[in-house]
Design a protein around this ligand. Structure first.
Ligand SMILES: C[S@@+](CC[C@H](N)C(=O)[O-])C[C@H]1O[C@@H](n2cnc3c(N)ncnc32)[C@H](O)[C@@H]1O
Length: 302
């Protein structure tokens, strides 16, 4: 297959010929190093059993790599003009479905119909089919996309994404670290998180003002099953990090307002071994799981 050349000059000429310029509000920073595009695709260990979701088709450079390696690719592009360019590039590829529009309905919900398409594509591949997100993500929607996908049925078995370095730091952060927060706990409660490669601004055109990272998240089904009620867990963890400077007890009291009394909360915290000066940012992921389960059980018993 012919692969598009991918240099800043090539991209700039391609867009200019179509009367276009990169649109910053859509996070249009294109990867110009083909080796990195290969690294992203290869890091997902794709086979023909994979259904890949790409968010942000751009001009379709990563999409063509994904199409070579995967069984089916669904790629979503918000920008009508880029969608048109990518369609011209990719229309001969039978396993690529291009969708024009916003991948998100809002910050907590995916575009309607997207998961149905993924489920259908998986069914066509058969019982061994996997679902993966592989994308050079638009930075302003990277968190809602990754977080929301983990609420879906099926969730992605794996995700390989290029994101802003700071976001990667928050995803992989450990307890006690300044970057450790609700996102770290939500992702690490069900995925193994690895940094594949740090990327400086030079590998993109136009150059972003920030550093980036390629991150791989691998779903751990046992961990995910142990969470139980995903929505309850996610909402409670977010509430427990709401006031970072407050003690854990104050955050639990605010989170459980009108649901549990202070006495009931103190009982749970004591049973879980959290003293008055405990802070959310020092709890391990397992401690969050135990605490949220205990709060949920206390609420159900109340
Ligand atoms: C960082 S660029 C990546 C482009 C290309 N995949 C690459 O690797 O060079 C992000 C792309 O996402 C698109 N985009 C931004 N917000 C989007 C959204 N909410 N839904 C779908 N696509 C979006 C942008 O127009 C842009 O083409």
């Amino acid at each position: 297959m012919n692969q598009p050349r991918q240099t800043a000059t090539y991209l700039s000429k391609r867009l200019t010929a179509a009367g276009l310029r990169p649109v910053s509000k859509y996070g249009q920073n294109f990867l110009i190093d083909l080796n990195l595009i290969d690294l992203i695709a290869n890091s997902a260990n794709l086979t023909k059993s994979d259904v890949v979701l790409e968010i942000g088709t751009g001009v379709g450079s990563l999409t063509s790599r994904l199409s070579d390696a995967a069984g089916a690719v669904l790629t979503v592009e918000i920008d009508k003009n880029l969608h048109q360019l990518a369609t011209e590039e990719l229309e001969h590829r039978d396993n690529v479905k291009l969708i024009q529009g916003d991948a998100l309905r809002n910050k907590n919900a995916l575009r309607p119909g997207l998961m149905e398409m993924i489920r259908e594509a998986k069914e066509q591949i058969g019982p061994d089919a996997r679902f993966q997100l592989v994308a050079n993500l638009p930075y302003n929607v990277a968190t809602p996309i990754i977080s929301t996908l983990l609420h879906q049925t099926p969730p992605p078995d794996g995700m390989v994404v290029t994101i802003q370095k700071e976001l990667g730091d928050r995803m992989a952060a450990e307890p006690g670290n300044k970057d450790y927060g609700a996102l770290s706990v939500w992702l690490q409660s069900q995925c193994d998180v690895e940094v594949v490669r740090m990327l400086g601004p030079k590998v993109f055109w136009p150059r972003p003002k920030v550093d980036s990272a390629i991150i791989r998240l691998t779903l751990n089904k046992e961990k995910r099953e142990a969470i139980g009620d995903l929505t309850y867990f996610h909402q409670t963890v977010r509430a427990l990090f709401f006031h970072r400077r407050k003690f854990l007890r104050s955050n639990v009291i605010s989170a459980m307002k009108n649901r549990l009394t202070k006495e009931q909360i103190d009982e749970v915290l004591t049973a879980q071994g959290h003293g008055e000066t405990a802070r959310s940012e020092c709890l391990s992921v397992q401690q969050f799981l135990d605490l949220v389960h205990a709060l949920q059980a206390a609420e159900q018993a109340a």
